[in-house]
Design a protein around this ligand. Structure first.
Ligand SMILES: [Zn+2]
Length: 171
């Protein structure tokens, strides 16, 4: 039985793979951030397999382009889907708050007073956030170490497994 709308709607149909980050971004935006205007071009892709970062958001100097980078390890099947979706939603909260986006900046610091977690909870993503935090606490470092010890063999053929340079600035 499906216990919540979140589970129902955030599970990608079989035809959509995790390589299709744009599908995830659009779906999350439509379901949970429909009140947030997309005021510039927003581009999302996998990035480096960072050890202590799941994602980032950057704004180009001329404000025309926002880039959301996702840790390339999040496309591996060992990582639950809700870790990927929560990470994208986290970056979209930054966008909403004016970090990595041309929208008015609502706070001085992007993570001040747990504003990101509070916003996720406000947008009915609190359950996903809790699951994500639990998985990260219990599984991330062993999982990361295993990937690293294997010489990144599982990600060498995946997209984004290279060090990329980002369109600068911000958190
Ligand atoms: Zn953040």
């Amino acid at each position: 039985m499906l216990s919540s709308l979140t589970e129902l709607t955030l599970t990608a149909p079989p035809a959509v793979s995790r390589t299709n980050l744009t599908w995830y971004l659009n779906q999350i935006w439509q379901l949970y951030f429909s009140d947030v205007p997309r005021v510039n071009e927003v581009y999302i892709d996998y990035c480096y397999p960072w050890k202590s970062r799941l994602g980032l958001i950057r704004l180009s100097v001329d404000n025309s382009l926002t880039f959301i980078g996702i840790n390339t390890l999040l496309q591996l099947p060992q990582v639950p889907d809700y870790v990927l979706t929560t990470t994208i939603a986290h970056e979209l909260v930054h966008y909403t708050h004016g970090f990595g986006s041309p929208l008015p900046r609502r706070w001085k610091h992007p993570h001040a007073n747990h504003v990101v977690d509070r916003e996720l909870e406000h947008r009915s993503l609190g359950e996903s956030l809790a699951w994500c935090n639990e998985w990260i606490d219990q599984c991330w470092y062993p999982f990361y170490d295993l990937q690293r010890a294997s010489g990144w063999s599982t990600i060498n053929n995946l997209s984004g497994a290279r060090a990329v340079s980002h369109p600068q600035t911000q958190p």
